[in-house]
Design a protein around this ligand. Structure first.
Ligand SMILES: [Zn+2]
Length: 268
């Protein structure tokens, strides 16, 4: 299965005057992975929601025993319903039940779905932390990914599943850098929209938009964000996250952010 390099990256390559015959990124199917169904006539963009943890990995355990994996699955299903009701996108979940999914499998799933957005949903534990917060991949992690590409012969793995065109390694690094830069801009924009939407609805963690090296955010070509709905280590957050009415506020804000992002696809 092949798909075109994002238009934004083609434009970037053109600016640099690179002659790139056969420029395409080939999806690298995970070993043993089933191929996603061929896209049907539905032209709407696909948003992948990623409820964290699952199965043998419960995630954080709240002070009253609430399991993160259950809260985030409920929230993801509620967000899917909200987005589908809006009609602007199709929504698929990396898990729809209580099963363990490896981190790299979540990113690979998003690529197989040709996702335009990847939103990982968590409700973790941290001393003294409370309120909602959003995370994008840190520059430091991005640099490490570039370094890994330079070191490793198997560029496809280092690039998070992208197979770059058969061009010299230096050109591959430029291409990957272009794609990743555009993706970073998109991720930051989504995070800003999410913070704006959440601010009027729920309590926020100070410095609400943070950056970290979450492995699940490392798809180089899909704008990605991780949201902590709250912290189960906080008694108040835990109680709130168990309530559908509180989750509805969070879900409404996130749905609004996703829809605003999709409404202006030309703005990465
Ligand atoms: Zn988590």
């Amino acid at each position: 299965m092949t798909r075109s390099l994002p238009r934004r990256a083609l434009l970037g390559a053109g600016v640099l005057g690179l002659a790139m015959p056969g420029l395409a990124l080939a999806e690298r199917p995970a070993r043993g992975a089933r191929t996603a169904p061929r896209p049907g006539p539905d032209p709407r963009p696909v948003v992948v929601l990623d409820p964290g943890h699952g199965g043998r990995d419960p995630g954080a355990i709240g002070v009253s025993g609430t399991q993160e994996k259950r809260i985030v699955l409920a929230a993801a299903q509620e967000l899917k319903g909200r987005l589908e009701a809006g009609g602007a996108c199709r929504v698929v979940l990396t898990r729809t039940r209580d099963v363990f999914v490896p981190l790299e499998g979540r990113v690979a799933f998003a690529r197989r779905q040709n996702a335009v957005l990847f939103l990982s949903i968590h409700a973790d534990s941290a001393p003294g932390a409370r309120g909602a917060s959003v995370y994008t991949l840190s520059d430091r992690a991005s640099d490490a990914l570039s370094a890994a590409l330079a070191r490793r012969e198997n560029a496809a793995d280092a690039a998070g599943g992208l197979r770059l065109p058969p061009v010299p390694p230096d050109v591959q690094r430029i291409l990957l850098s272009l794609v990743r830069q555009e993706t970073r801009v998109g991720s930051e924009r989504l995070a800003d929209l999410a913070v704006d939407a959440l601010r009027s609805r729920v309590a926020l963690l100070p410095n609400t938009h943070r950056q970290a090296a979450f492995a699940v955010l490392k798809a180089p070509d899909i704008p990605s964000m991780l949201v902590e709905l709250g912290f189960l280590s906080d008694r108040g957050d835990e109680a709130a996250l168990r309530r559908p009415d509180h989750r509805a506020k969070l879900v409404g804000a996130l749905a609004g952010a996703v829809e605003r992002f999709l409404a202006r696809p030309g703005i990465a």
